[in-house]
Design a protein around this ligand. Sequence first.
Ligand code: NAP
Ligand code: HSE
Length: 415
Amino acid sequence: MSVINVAILGFGTVGQGVCEAIETHQDRLKEALGKEVKVRAILIKDPTKKREINPSIKVTTEFKDILEIPDLHVIFEAIVGEEPCYTYLSEAIEKGIHIVTANKAMFAKYGPDLLEKALNHGVSVGFEATTAGGIPVIGTIRQLIKVNEIRSIQGILNGTSNFILSQMRKQGLSFEAALKQSQEKGYAEADPTSDIEGYDAFYKLLILSQTAFGRQPEWKDVRRKGITHLTAEWLQAAESFRLRFKHVGSLERDGFNRIKGEVKPILVHDTHPFYGVEDVENAVSLKGSLVGRVTLLGPGAGKRPTGSAMVEDFLSLIQGKYTDSPESTVHNEEIREGSSGQWVLRVRANEEYQSWITLFTLKDRIQLGSHLYVFVEGKKEDIEALLQSQEQIQAVSILDEIPLENEVKEGVAVY
Ligand code: NAP
Ligand code: HSE
């Protein structure tokens, strides 16, 4: 039986996940490919770390050793940051080696360039694992856009922040304790700022945009907010209204082919498909012109789900299932924008709110400590005017239930 030779760059959470997946699912891979998959080498940075690696696999700190492996077919990349990853992968492509990457910080920036290079050198690039962990969202989009136009995408795209918000709410953990747990479980990035400040979700959103629309919004125009300002009190207040905070990335393409992107925490109703997405789970909801809404849920980070995504990707790539999508267009049709929304406002308990509450429909209110939380429905313009005139008020908008046929109503979070 002939062999497919592969190498793995990085042997942290993800690199180990890939190695284990190949080892434990060798029989299934053989059945699907008719060939044995052999890990020939692993690239690491720190040669002093103790690791459990099969002695038949070469372990090296030099990328040139990887490129010198005879008949190397595929490189799995699971290291950190833009460089040296981009340079390594460019060199691999130029040598005719297929690549499978999990590195979203690198791929959001250099993905278009790597895909073009790959096309010129007759190889493929798998990047399923860059976005939403084990959920096959890239494959789903690639399949859908063969016929559908994708209009909008919303997603809980960062497992670490979803885990932190769930643990703070359910277990009463502090932000720091929940973050520590997510690091211990291998969910967080080497620098967790990327997770908790929304950069990681931002990179994933750009990759989704590239895949669904063939291009990205201007990076500077994508508003990004993380979860670090959310307190246990906010989470508790939301729960009393049967609402939950979720960190959501959203992309919308309008009738003039403009792409609007945003990453921020938002409140969702208990009827919303994102409400029950807990701990390290992610969710992605896509709206296609023919299919309507498709919502995918699954594990968003960790060794096994990410290893699974990379090895699935590898299989599709070897079977020649990947073709790169050109920029897709959208029919020039006006999209209805709703200006009404639901909001939770926080004011000081002794604040006079009767004067402005008449602007809105009051749905509920509770007092927690020295703060009053007011759940209202009203126009975005009224909320904005109120927030400008009343410095003491904070507001968070609510993501309306995703309708099957109509556009999602606009909701802008104001803090
Ligand atoms: P990790 O646990 O920190 O492991 C990183 C690995 O990369 C380590 O083995 C490290 O080597 C190696 N490395 C770092 N810089 C290197 C360099 N310049 N040359 C050679 N090796 C280098 O990280 P991870 O969680 O596995 O994540 C890896 C990548 O996958 C990241 O880009 C991340 O964003 C992405 N990702 C992670 C997850 C997840 O659930 N963790 C999910 C999807 C995608 P040493 O062992 O010698 O230090
Ligand atoms: N740190 C990332 C997360 C890993 O928590 O979602 C998966 O991309």
